[in-house]
Design a protein around this ligand. Structure first.
Ligand SMILES: [Zn+2]
Length: 292
């Protein structure tokens, strides 16, 4: 799933390649992806892209006051196309293509644009056409952005204070902090040398400061690594930059221990026992419950 660094990089890429260009057409192929009815999709035709920004994991193309906003969900991706002039029309229900956005032809007759695609059978990719980004429920309820200058150790302290949630769950909660998902929460906790099962309210002031530093450094590094990469290369870069997430059974770069996995909520998390849990493997609660 694209998280804050990937969406930030996509936003930067589109700022460079799409801003200032006119939208020729928006074709919605997967009808279930479109979550709004007014303004209609057709209202974007002929309008200039004036800005691109990110809200948590949402990508927002401002088309002169009408916003084309997407959440790529678990299997979604944005693919930049240098020339869509020869692209065939696509019938709904076939393949991963969900939405195609064509921009007006350039001097060379090429029609650049982008496609939103979604792999897998669970279709969760969402597109909203709105006048105000806050009309998107997931955006209105977002917590602070961890890359914003006013995200300080003090603001993190206010966010975790009193929460009886495990820190892994809290970091992933978009209403608490915007943009961190399953992969980067694993990475942040590894960088902070902290157990994912630690209860948020039990963190000391020093641990909160360490966690804050780990959040900001991990996300900034990931954004910096992705900067300048074409949209199609971002996925590979994300994978190669991860130190624990998705690396079960591999060696921890920091200490040489073997990275382990344990089930958590609707998926699983990865961690290094030596770096994060005093060398002790975490108990798989879901498994032990089943065995009782
Ligand atoms: Zn380690």
């Amino acid at each position: 799933m694209p998280e804050l660094p990937e969406v930030e990089s996509l936003a930067e890429f589109l700022r460079e390649h799409a801003v200032g260009r006119t939208v020729a057409s928006v074709d919605v192929v997967a009808f279930q992806a479109l979550k709004t009815v007014a303004p209609p999709v057709s209202s974007l035709g002929g309008v200039t892209v004036t800005g691109v920004r990110r809200h948590g994991k949402f990508l927002d193309l401002d088309c002169d006051g009408v916003h084309f906003i997407t959440h790529l969900a678990r299997g979604g991706w944005l693919r930049w196309r240098a020339d869509l002039s020869g692209a065939k029309p696509v019938r709904p229900g076939k393949g991963p293509l969900a939405v195609r956005v064509r921009l007006a032809a350039d001097e060379d007759g090429r029609e650049p644009g982008f496609e939103l695609t979604e792999a897998g059978t669970q279709k969760r990719l969402a597109v909203y056409i709105v006048k105000n980004p806050d009309e998107v429920p997931g955006i209105a309820g977002l917590g602070p952005d961890p890359l914003a200058p006013d995200f300080t150790p003090e603001s993190l302290k206010r966010l975790v204070g009193g929460s009886r949630t495990q820190i892994k769950g809290l970091l992933r909660d978009q209403k608490v902090i915007a943009g961190i998902g399953n992969a980067y929460s694993d990475e942040v906790l590894h960088a902070a040398r902290m157990s994912p099962f630690k209860i948020a309210s039990s963190l000391t002031g020093e641990q909160i400061a360490d966690l804050h530093e780990a959040i900001v450094i991990t996300l900034r590094d990931a954004v910096d690594r992705s900067r300048g990469l074409a949209a199609k290369d971002l996925k590979t870069e994300k994978k190669s930059g991860l130190r624990v997430h998705g690396r079960t059974g591999q060696t921890c770069d920091v200490c040489g221990d073997t990275i382990r996995e344990v089930s958590f909520a609707d998926s699983s998390l990865q961690y290094c026992p030596t770096c994060q849990t005093g060398g002790k493997p975490l108990a798989d609660r879901r498994l032990s419950r089943l065995l009782k």
